[in-house]
Write a protein that binds this ligand. Structure first.
Ligand code: NCD
Ligand code: ZN
Length: 489
């Protein structure tokens, strides 16, 4: 048998269906064998992993690495180091940088910044009124997917009009490309926020008051209507409210290709924490009342919500701790803490490790066209593996985060279950709990391995691209030609 690079022995390999005792052989960037210890080929390096679990590296559909434009908040080097330390091997990065990822020139700047990445990545391009005519160009230049900020966002990108969103979906439906949507109704938010400001409220709960769940319900409903009409694939970002889950359930039942994420903060935090932590917890959509937590868990369990993402949204500590809630930037880091937080819940019996792998790796791999190459520990797949110790306990500390943004609502939270080593395409990017500095730049775009299955575009006869020419046989003007015979009309 040919010698391979690494054999990991004695571990438990996790998939959504089962946990098996197995060894794993890795040659170059790929897994070449998963099976009984005796069947493993000779290896340059052997590693014992007794008592540890091998999880497909987590795929985080929603991170903000801020470069270009806001490198004082995060860079690709620091953000992707956080990913590596958190067992995350692939991220999808958001376009609200400066410049926003809505032109090929801006995309080139981001691709350059991403050369320092410790993890593989997809890049969401911006879908807005100004970019909707360039989507194919952006895809050709390397974006994997799109993001529409149908609400307000850091960077003050204007929400796309419904008309532009519809056109974008018409362009993307036949291509099978999925669009992430930040689903909040911007006019509700802006009006309420102004009212609250005028009334003099500056407390943390005013942020929630400005963004009632109905803003999420309305926006999700609207986006699903457009997606269903066109056949476009959509992905609902950071689902936060119990009240909007019914829309996902019904749309999925009707066959709409919608996927949805929620984040640890919506599952585990609520207004009780907001009262203590104030502006640190300001993010969009807001963290809501405790009554939302349990229904979101149930929705993950029954598949209404597909996956866990983090919305890793780093800001500088001074940008998060201002007196008025309206002056605190929205978002906080999360890509490094997701796995220990969720493994802690697995240890508490809230879900199984198989459930977790479905949410953290398998569902996102499928949503973005990577499954088979990523999201699974099997021969032929990339050797992207988080090696996890479910017994290891500790306390999350914001000062130890790789992120520049050393301010986190998870600071001081006890956890049990940590990634110990992270492998990306056969190479350790984190080993024994330490970042492997030399692996900087090992990460690369997933675009070359992305395969979106063919979609089913619908109502194509009404697509904006199909209506620009007067159809054959129809008079060129609206003025009746000659005398109209009403008995024939
Ligand atoms: C995000 C950011 O800071 O870029 N903030 C947030 O509160 N979630 C933007 C976003 O995801 O909408
Ligand atoms: Zn975000």
């Amino acid at each position: 048998m040919k010698e391979v690079d690494l054999v990991i022995r004695g571990a438990r390999v996790v998939s959504p269906e089962q946990i098996i005792d197995a060894s794993v052989a890795i040659a170059g960037e790929h897994i070449v064998a998963v099976g009984h210890d005796d069947t493993m080929p000779p290896a340059r390096e052997e590693m014992r992993a007794d008592g540890l679990y091998l999880l497909p590296g987590a795929i985080d559909s929603h991170v903000h690495f801020r470069d270009p434009g806001y490198a004082h908040k995060e860079t690709w080097r620091t953000g992707s180091a956080a990913a590596a330390m958190g067992g995350v091997t692939t991220v999808f990065e958001m376009p609200n940088t400066h410049p926003a990822t809505g032109t090929v020139e801006a995309l080139r700047l981001k691709q350059k910044a991403a050369e320092a990445s410790y993890c593989d990545f997809g890049l969401h391009g911006l879908l807005g009124d100004d970019t909707v005519d360039r989507l194919e160009e952006l895809l050709d230049a390397g974006v994997t997917s799109f993001k529409a900020f149908v609400g307000n966002t850091f960077g003050n990108l204007p929400a796309p009009t419904d008309g532009a969103l519809l056109e974008g979906f018409e362009t993307l439906a036949p291509l099978g490309i999925r669009t992430v949507v930040h689903a909040e109704n911007s006019s509700i938010l802006f009006r309420r926020q102004q009212k609250l400001k005028d009334a003099g409220r500056i407390d943390a709960l005013a942020h929630l008051a400005a963004r009632p769940a109905v803003a999420e319900i309305e926006a999700i409903g609207r986006v699903l209507t457009l997606a269903e009409w066109t056949g476009a694939r959509v992905h609902i970002a950071h689902h936060s409210a119990a009240d909007s889950l019914f829309l996902l359930r019904e749309a999925k039942r009707r066959g709409v290709d919608v996927t949805a994420e929620t984040c640890p903060q919506y599952l585990l935090l609520n207004t009780d924490h907001m009262l203590k932590l104030g502006g640190i917890m300001r993010l969009n959509p807001p963290i809501r009342e405790a009554r939302h937590n349990l229904p979101l868990w149930e929705a993950l369990m029954d598949g209404t919500l597909d996956m866990i993402a983090t919305d890793h949204a780093p800001h500088a500590p001074e940008e998060k701790t201002r007196e008025s809630i309206w002056d605190c930037d929205c978002g906080f880091p999360g890509v490094e803490t997701q796995m220990p937080l969720m493994l802690t819940e697995v240890n508490r019996g809230r879900a199984s490790l198989m459930d977790y792998v479905r949410w953290s790796a398998v569902a996102p791999a499928k949503a973005w066209g990577l499954y088979g190459t990523k999201g699974v520990i099997a021969p032929g797949a990339h050797a992207d593996i988080a090696i996890v110790d479910m017994e290891r306990a500790g306390v999350l500390s914001q000062n130890r985060l790789q992120s520049i943004s050393k301010i986190s609502p998870w600071n001081g939270r006890p956890v049990k279950g940590y990634p110990l080593h992270t492998l990306l395409r056969g190479r350790f990017v984190m080993r024994e709990g330490r970042l492997v500095n030399e692996a900087v730049g090992w990460g690369r775009s997933v675009k070359p391995v992305q395969k979106m299955p063919a979609a089913r575009p619908r109502n194509t006869e009404h697509y904006s691209s199909a209506i620009l020419q007067t159809p054959a046989g129809v008079p060129r003007t609206a003025v009746p030609q000659g005398e109209v015979d009403w008995s024939q009309a």
